[in-house]
Ligand binder design. Structure first.
Ligand code: ADP
Ligand code: MG
Length: 681
C-alpha cells in the first residue's frame, strides 16, 4: 500500500482537478513532491517599506491601496502586461504583472494589500515587477509568509495552506533518512523539524536551520547518486603505466613547455601508474596549452604499448587536434587517426578495424567515438577536451568503452569550484596557471553601435598589417532579423561588399556542410581569408595565432563564459590582441557583465562572477552537465555545505558501499538516479 507520501496532491482539501493540473505544471503530483517544493524566501509584513523610501533593485514588501488598473497590453504572442497603480500615504507605484491576468483580476480597486517583489523603474517612477500579492487578512503581522515558486493560477497562500495539510498527513511517515551520527557530526536538525520549519517557520533563525539541513540533503543525495553512477568505487584500473621520462617528447617541440604544463603531465603520469583509474581535470584558461599536456600523456601511454583516445566537442576541433597531434607524435612513429560522423562509411570501417587490431595508437574524434561498433584493442587513456560540453552521461559511456581506462578531462571554461566538485566528485585537479611566454592579455572594449564605423576602421588597420580577425554574430533564429540582429550569411555579404570591400572575407556557421566548414577553416588558417564572419562555432579551441582582433555583435546575447571562450580565439600569438564587444543593451545586468569582461582576462574570475550574477537556476554549465535541477541549494553560496555533504557521502560509501545499512537514504538516492540515469541509458 502506498504511504501518505505517495498520495496524489488531489487528495488534499481544496485541490481539485484544476489545481491538480497547476501543481502538475510545477512538477508536483504527490504529497512528497509538495513537501519538497520549498519556498524561495519569506515575507515579513512587520517591515513594510514606504513607497517614497523605495530604492531600485531591492526586494521588499509594501502595503498599499490599489488606485487603478490598466487593461491588458499584448506585447507579442504569449506575452501580455498588466499595470496596476497602488499608493500609500507617501506616494504611488506602478505594479507590473506579466501574463498573470488571474492575479490582476482578483485585485479590487480601493482595497489595501501587501505586495512583495523587486523594485525596478527609475528614481522618478518606481515599479515593482511581478509582485506577489497578499491580502491583509492572510498576512498577520509578525509572522513569516512563505513565497513559493509559482505558476499562473496558484498563489503562495494556496501552496502554504496545502503544504500545512500535507505536513499533518505525512506526520507519521517523516522518519529521518539521515543517520544520527551524520546529523550530529554536521549539526543538522531532524527531517521533520526541517520540513515543518521550511514551510511554516516560527522565525527566521528556525527557517535557516531548516534550510541548512535540506541543502545538505540535496547535496548528499546527489553526491551519492553521482558516485553510484560513476561506479568508481573499488574499481581497478585496466592498465597501469610505467613511469617514462617525458624529456624526449619535450625536446621534439619547437618551444619549451611551461612549468605548469610539465607539472600537469607529471601529475597525470603518476596517476596512471597507480592501480586505480585516473580521474583528473586539467583546468587551464584558454590558450594555456592544454593540448600539449594531452599529447604528452598519449605519448607515455603509447610508450607503454597501449592506445589512447581524445574526444573534442566539434569536428573542427577534432580536425585541429588531429593535425597538431600528428605533427607532434607521428615523428616518433605513433599512428594517429580520426573518426568523425561525417567520414565516409568505408573510411570509418577501416579505422574501426585497425583500432580493434591495435594498429592505431591514438584515435581523435567527436562523439562518434562513443557509437557502438567502436572497439579498441587496449584503450588505456581517454582525454576529453573542452569538457564543459560533455555531460555526466557521455563521460560514463566513454569510460565503459575500455577496460576502466584512465580519464583526463581538459576544461577551458574554468568552471567554478563548487560546480566542479559537484560534477566530478573527488577528482584530482591540475591547474595550468601560467601562460606560454610572450602572451599579452587581450584588451577588451565595449562600444555602442554609433562607434561601429570606427571599429571597422580599426579592424581594417590590422588586416592591412597582414594580421587576421573575427566578427562573431549570435546564433540567429529566423524572424529575429527585424530586431536588429544580423544573420551571419547576410551580414558577411554586407561586410564583404561594404566596409571590407577588397578584403578576403569568409563565413562559418553551424549549418554548413562539414567539408565546407573545413575548407573555410583551412583557408583562414593559412591566411587566404583575412576576416572570418562566424557564429559561435569558433567558440571552442580554434587556434590561429595570427588572428589578433575580434568583434562580437550583440555581445549582450552571450553568456560571460562564452564570451571569454570566444575572446580566447585571439591573443594566442605574441601580438597585442583586441576584443570589441558591440552592444546597445541598456539594462544594468548586461552592462555589468560586459563591464566585467573589459576588466579582466581571468576566466576563473569571470565564471565566479557569472555564477553570482545569474544564480544557480539558470547557470549555464549546470544543466549542460546533465544534473537535476537543484531545489534549494545554491552553488554559489553553499560551498561549505557541499564539501561537508561530499565528505559524508565518501564516509557512507566507504563503510557501506551497497548502502545496505542505509536503506532509507538509499531509496532517496535511487529516486534521483532514476532521473539522472535516464540520460545515461
Ligand atoms: P588551450 O589550452 O586553449 O587548448 P592550446 O593547446 O590550443 O591551448 O595552445 C595554444 C597555443 O599555444 C598553440 O598555438 C600552442 O602551440 C601554443 N603553445 C602551447 N604551449 C606552449 C609553450 N609552452 N610555449 C609556446 N607556445 C605554446
Ligand atoms: Mg584547447
Amino acid at each position: 500500500m502506498p504511504g501518505a507520501m505517495d498520495t496524489p496532491v488531489q487528495f488534499l482539501k481544496g485541490v481539485g482537478p484544476r489545481r491538480g493540473e497547476l501543481y502538475h505544471k510545477l512538477g508536483i503530483d504527490t504529497i512528497r513532491q509538495l513537501l519538497w517544493h520549498f519556498p524561495r524566501s519569506y515575507v515579513s509584513f512587520g517591515d513594510c517599506i514606504e513607497i517614497a523610501a523605495l530604492e531600485g533593485d531591492q526586494i521588499c514588501s509594501i502595503r498599499a491601496v490599489v488606485v487603478r488598473k490598466s487593461g491588458e497590453q499584448r506585447i507579442r504572442k504569449g506575452l501580455s502586461v498588466f499595470k496596476v497603480t497602488a499608493a500609500d500615504d507617501t506616494g504611488e507605484i506602478t505594479l507590473v504583472f506579466y501574463n498573470t491576468k488571474y492575479t490582476v483580476d482578483a485585485l479590487a480597486v480601493g482595497e489595501e494589500y501587501f505586495f512583495y517583489g523587486r523594485i525596478g523603474g527609475s528614481a522618478f517612477r518606481r515599479e515593482m515587477n511581478t509582485p506577489q500579492v497578499f491580502s491583509l487578512g492572510e498576512a498577520e503581522k509578525g509572522t513569516l509568509s512563505p513565497v513559493y515558486p509559482l505558476t499562473a493560477g496558484l498563489t503562495s497562500r494556496m501552496i502554504a495552506a496545502n503544504a500545512s495539510q500535507a505536513l499533518e498527513l505525512a506526520a507519521g511517515e517523516l522518519n529521518d533518512f539521515l543517520p544520527g551520527e551524520i546529523r550530529l557530526k554536521y549539526q543538522l536538525c531532524e527531517l521533520e523539524f526541517a520540513l515543518c520549519q521550511i514551510h511554516r517557520p516560527k522565525d527566521m533563525p528556525s527557517a535557516e536551520i531548516a534550510k541548512r539541513r535540506l541543502i545538505f540533503d540535496e547535496f548528499l543525495i546527489l553526491a551519492l547518486a553521482l558516485s553510484k553512477i560513476r561506479g568508481k568505487h573499488s574499481v581497478e584500473a585496466g592498465y597501469q603505466m610505467k613511469c617514462i621520462d617525458s624529456a624526449p617528447f619535450y625536446q621534439s617541440l619547437p618551444f619549451f613547455p611551461t612549468g605548469a604544463q610539465k607539472r600537469a603531465v607529471d601529475q597525470a603520469c603518476r596517476d596512471m601508474g597507480r592501480n586505480i583509474p585516473m580521474n583528473r581535470l586539467v583546468q587551464g584558461d584558454v590558450g594555456s596549452g592544454k593540448t600539449l599536456v594531452a599529447a604528452a600523456c598519449c605519448w607515455t601511454v603509447w610508450k607503454n604499448g597501449y592506445q589512447s583516445a581524445m574526444m573534442a566537442p566539434t569536428e573542427i576541433l577534432a580536425m585541429q587536434h588531429l593535425n597538431t597531434l600528428r605533427r607532434q607524435l607521428e615523428p616518433f612513429g605513433m599512428r594517429v587517426e580520426a573518426l568523425t560522423a561525417s567520414m565516409p562509411a568505408a573510411a570509418k570501417r577501416n579505422v574501426r578495424q585497425r583500432l580493434a587490431a591495435g594498429e592505431i595508437d591514438l584515435l581523435v574524434g567527436t562523439h562518434a567515438i562513443l557509437s557502438d561498433g567502436v572497439a579498441f584493442q587496449s584503450l588505456a587513456l581517454v582525454v576529453t577536451d573542452e569538457q564543459h560540453r560533455f555531460g555526466v552521461a557521455q563521460r560514463v559511456a566513454l569510460a565503459q568503452k575500455g577496460n576502466q581506462p584512465h580519464v583526463l578531462v581538459m576544461s577551458a571554461t574554468p568552471i567554478p569550484r563548487t560546480l566542479a566538485l559537484m560534477v566530478y566528485g573527488d577528482l584530482d585537479l591540475s591547474v595550468i596557471d601560467e601562460l606560454p611566454p610572450g602572451r599579452q592579455p587581450v584588451l577588451t572594449y565595449r562600444i555602442g553601435s554609433d562607434k561601429r564605423e570606427r571599429a571597422y576602421g580599426f579592424i581594417r588597420k590590422h588586416l592591412d598589417e597582414g594580421l587576421q580577425g573575427y566578427v562573431v554574430c549570435p546564433l540567429i533564429e529566423q524572424g529575429e532579423a527585424d530586431m536588429g540582429l544580423k544573420p551571419a550569411a547576410q551580414y558577411a555579404r554586407e561586410l564583404a561588399e561594404g566596409p571590407f570591400a577588397g578584403y578576403r572575407v569568409g563565413l562559418l556557421h553551424g549549418r554548413m556542410k562539414q567539408a565546407d566548414k573545413d575548407k573555410v577553416m583551412e583557408d583562414f588558417k593559412n591566411g587566404e581569408l583575412q576576416l572570418l564572419v562566424s557564429t559561435t562555432v569558433i567558440e571552442v579551441g580554434v587556434d590561429v595565432p595570427n588572428a589578433v582582433i575580434m568583434m562580437v555583435e550583440n555581445a549582450e546575447r552571450f553568456g560571460m563564459s562564452q564570451l571569454h571562450q570566444l575572446r580566447g580565439r585571439v591573443g594566442r600569438g605574441s601580438q597585442q590582441s583586441f576584443c570589441i564587444l558591440l552592444s546597445d543593451a541598456r539594462n544594468p545586468e548586461s552592462r555589468q557583465r560586459l563591464g566585467m569582461m573589459c576588466k579582466t582576462n581571468n576566466g576563473f574570475e569571470i565564471a565566479e562572477f557569472d555564477l553570482k550574477l545569474r544564480g544557480p537556476g539558470d547557470f549555464l554549465g549546470y544543466r549542460q552537465h546533465g544534473l537535476p535541477q537543484l531545489a534549494i541549494a545554491d552553488l554559489a553560496k553553499d560551498v561549505g555545505l557541499l564539501e561537508n555533504a561530499q565528505q559524508a557521502a565518501r564516509d557512507i560509501l566507504a563503510s557501506d558501499p551497497e548502502m545496505k545499512e542505509h536503506q532509507k537514504l538509499r531509496e532517496q538516492v535511487e529516486r534521483i538516479m532514476r532521473n539522472v540515469g535516464e540520460q545515461i541509458n
